[in-house]
Design a binder for this molecule. Sequence first.
Ligand code: ZN
Length: 409
Amino acid sequence: MNEMQLNKIRQSIRSAMTNGAFYRDRFAGVDPDAIRTLEDFRALPFTDKGDLRQAYPLGLQAVPEDKVVRIHSSSGTTGTPVIIPYTAQDVEDWAVMFERCYRVAGVTALDRVHVTPGYGLWTAGIGFQNGAERLGAMVIPMGPGNTDKQLRMMMDLGSTVLCATSSYALLLAEEIERRGIKDKIRLKKGIIGSERWGEKMRRRIAAELGVQLYDIYGLTEIYGPGIAVSCDEENGMHYWDDYLYFEVIDPKTGKNLPDGALGELVITTLRKQGAPLIRYRTHDLTRILTGSCPCGCAYPRIDAILGRTDDMIKVKGVNIFPAQIEEMLRGVEGTSSEYQVMIDHLNGKDIMTVFFETPLADDARRGLENAVRDHCKAKIGIQIVPKAVSMGELPRSEKKSTRIYDNRY
Ligand code: ZN
């Protein structure tokens, strides 16, 4: 954490406490001027989505009424939604960050940006639009649905960049294939946001659309999409540390983890006015990547979002995420990406069996099982029972969490 970031955090907390009851309660007893070091900062309480819900509808507003120009809301699939107020400066800052995302992805003012995420209370569509307009590209503000019209506009207007969720991108790719119109499609890049998606789905979309794909990250509570993006290196996502401070914590203990360790992403806004957030727990699983990126972009990176912390399981006292198993298997040659994990409790001990597919047989298969066992011990620090099976034997699922069967309880 640098001096500029600490300074911004002090300012944020000070002004939020002056203007908003939510922040006065939250930081009761905190003297913003006394936050001088990283340790002081790390002593501040976390904020969770539940806290934001309690502030419904406008309790998060941290500026006088005349400064608020817009609100967005996170989808309230479970219970009360969260309303986030934006000032004109917040709207501008978000567009600046989103424009950077497009630039990292190589999008220029000559591109035609086809926006399919939804508009309205949700932050997606308008975020994609404002960033592209700021860049000077031509926006085609489609919103979701109506595949016929999507494809017609895509052909007639010569869309070059597709902004979509992974599932909608896949649907469009399949439709293009089915209708045999691939030669009329001018897409070069896909900017894919909001959902976690597997490597396999990614390859399918890229191959069927014939485009290079970029992951874009964000959440409504923190502006919306556009706060991090992957580059041509496809090795993590750059994020904007002049607007946001990222930390990664152990989701169980709340302790900060060293760079490179997998844990929960926690975000602090440095400039947000309408509803600043300090140490906001995203429940997204990633790690801070170390070293500079060969693409030349100097902004720091986090890894792709590898899952939700809610998927975490504890085996033999070790926290394990489904994404770690997947990553571990990728590190052993001869395994496919299909796997299944069974956890049992026998004779007072946890037993974790990892099934994985392989084209190898006989001795080679047994050798591979040993390699997976050793690799797992080295990478995750846990003893497993490796079981290799033939290709196609395991059930297929797009969802990572359904590959874990916990039979202990
Ligand atoms: Zn890069």
